[in-house]
Write a protein of this length. Structure first.
Ligand SMILES: Nc1ncnc2c1ncn2[C@@H]1O[C@H](COP(=O)(O)OP(=O)(O)O)[C@@H](O)[C@H]1O
Ligand SMILES: [Mg+2]
Lengths: 222, 259
């Protein structure tokens, strides 16, 4: 079973009544325990592809399967549940809530997961904070952190509900070399522990960590 | 979850300004609701005690009109009319009959005069002074002030709501990406808005109460009574209507949220 599969996937946008094709007959499988790097120039459709895999956008044509289950026809509520349980998102600009502490940011996705209670939520948060090495930053606010630290918080948050898929859109785009390596090592580690990690980037550093490199060019993924 | 979201919105410094704005809006709206009472009590205090009874009495001006008992009973059924009395003034060789209509309050006299006028019964006032005339003039203007204040207050609240939610949009978008359902986000949006409003409302109401119960009575030397029922309804309406419009507007595009 593949974790994620796209079959004959097309994506078109309408711009001033003119169709622009962003994804053109994509066929791809993503497996667990692997780290994928999706490379491509700016505007090539990398974010669009991640949005589609992340159930935030839909294919114009074709199929998206997550755990062999067809996603396209699901209701919004069911898609939300998939995002909550199956997918962790990591963004270029970290996207933390500036008015919440490190702990609170990490906890945010746990509140909608019925598997947690108050105590197990706190235990899990503690575990994640340790994992990303931010023990001394628990009650700090994002503006008190460095970019690298912010991204580690975001990764911890992405792991809050133990998803098997991590989608990272240019996660090191705003970071310096040292922090880039730190973040990539954490993501690599996650893939080795059984997750399916997909990183979109145009930094060549990612290639060193990837099990598989895919290039997105003129709508084709190869 | 909801504690965290409320804490998050209160941590945003801009929202403290909105709380202050809501305090002011609620003071003004509640003063407006009670303005008729303040003005009335003020003018009432200027009518000398010994003329109070006369101030609310009308007399039928046309001597040719003679009311039957049935007519009088019908008149008493009109709202605000308390009593209809026939006063007999004994003159040297004949009796003058005067019909007096007692209204429940002097402020309602002109309304009753209009109603009777339409029925062809011309009336005059037993007692009329500058204060009563002044009250009638200010009355129309006052109603305008009341309505305008409430309408402007409601719009201020609506625009504030829309702005608060605009500032929170990124956070709501994040929640959507993290897997919060549309209905959960809508619930969070409403609770966040209400949290800010309720803080503004309670502080506003306390300040209003001090103004209404102590400051104004002491300055104008009058006693005031609040129309609780009307106040509660208007306060709820000026909050609920903007809430529906603003949350509807801000949650309608949740589905388009993307990375
Ligand atoms: N909502 C949209 N409406 C119209 N065109 C869009 C939309 N989103 C993305 N595009 C277009 O799709 C193409 C791919 O965008 P994107 O996926 O963001 O590229 P990348 O992430 O690789 O830089 C771009 O040409 C962009 O203009
Ligand atoms: Mg992009």
């Amino acid at each position: 079973m593949s974790k994620i599969e796209i079959i004959n996937g097309y994506k078109e946008y309408l711009k001033k009544k003119e169709k622009i094709s962003v994804l053109d007959n994509i066929n791809v499988k993503f497996e667990k325990e692997k780290l994928y790097a999706i490379m491509g120039e700016s505007g090539s459709g990398k974010t669009t592809l991640l949005n589609i895999i992340g159930t935030l956008d839909t294919l114009t044509q074709g199929k998206l399967l997550i755990n062999d289950k067809e996603i396209i026809n699901l209701k919004d509520e069911e898609k939300a549940k998939i995002r909550m349980k199956e997918i962790g998102f990591v963004f270029q600009n970290f996207y933390l809530n500036p008015n919440m502490t490190v702990e609170e940011n990490i906890m945010q996705p746990m509140y909608i997961n019925p598997e947690y209670n108050r105590i197990s939520m706190e235990e899990k948060t503690e575990e994640l904070i340790k994992m990303v090495g931010l023990e001394s930053r628990r009650t700090h606010y994002p503006k008190e952190l460095s970019g690298g630290e912010e991204q580690r918080v975001a990764i911890a948050r992405a792991l809050a509900n133990n998803p098997e898929i991590i989608l990272a859109d240019e996660p090191t785009g705003n970071l310096d070399k040292n922090n880039e390596i730190k973040i990539l090592e954490i993501l690599k580690d996650l893939s080795q522990k059984g997750r399916c990690v997909i990183i979109v980037s145009h930094s060549n550093k990612v290639i060193e960590y990837a099990d598989k490199v895919l290039n997105l060019k003129e709508g084709k993924l190869e | 979850m909801i504690n965290l979201q409320i804490k998050s919105i209160l941590k945003n410094k801009i929202n403290l300004l909105y709380i202050i704005l809501f305090i002011i809006v609620f003071i003004i709206i509640n003063l407006a609701i009670n303005l008729p009472e303040i003005i009335y009590k003020y003018y009432d205090s200027k009518i000398p005690e010994e003329y109070k009874e006369q101030a609310r009495t009308l007399y039928i001006a046309d001597g040719n009109i003679e009311l039957t008992n049935e007519d009088m009973e019908n008149l008493k059924k009109i709202e605000h009319i308390q009593d209809v009395k026939i006063k007999t003034l004994g003159m040297q060789d004949y009796e003058l009959k005067l019909t007096n209509i007692v209204v429940d309050d002097w402020k309602n006299c002109s309304k009753i005069q209009n109603i009777l006028d339409n029925q062809g019964i011309l009336t005059g006032r037993e007692y009329e002074d500058d204060w009563i005339k002044g009250y009638e003039k200010i009355n129309i203007f006052m109603n305008l002030v009341v309505y305008m204040s409430i309408i402007i207050g409601t719009f201020t609240i609506l625009i504030s709501y829309i702005n608060i939610l605009k500032n929170e949009k990124e956070n709501h978008k994040l929640l959507y990406i993290l897997g919060y359902s549309k209905s959960k986000i809508r619930y969070i949006v409403c609770t966040q808005i209400l949290a800010i409003t309720i803080i503004g409302f309670f502080i506003g109401i306390i300040i209003f109460d001090i103004i209404f119960q102590y400051v104004i009575p002491n300055i104008l030397n009058i006693e005031l009574e609040q129309d609780m029922y009307k106040s509660i309804i208007i306060n709820i309406l000026v909050t609920i209507i903007p809430l529906f419009i603003a949350t509807g507007k801000s949650t309608s595009h949740i589905k388009d949220f993307k990375m």
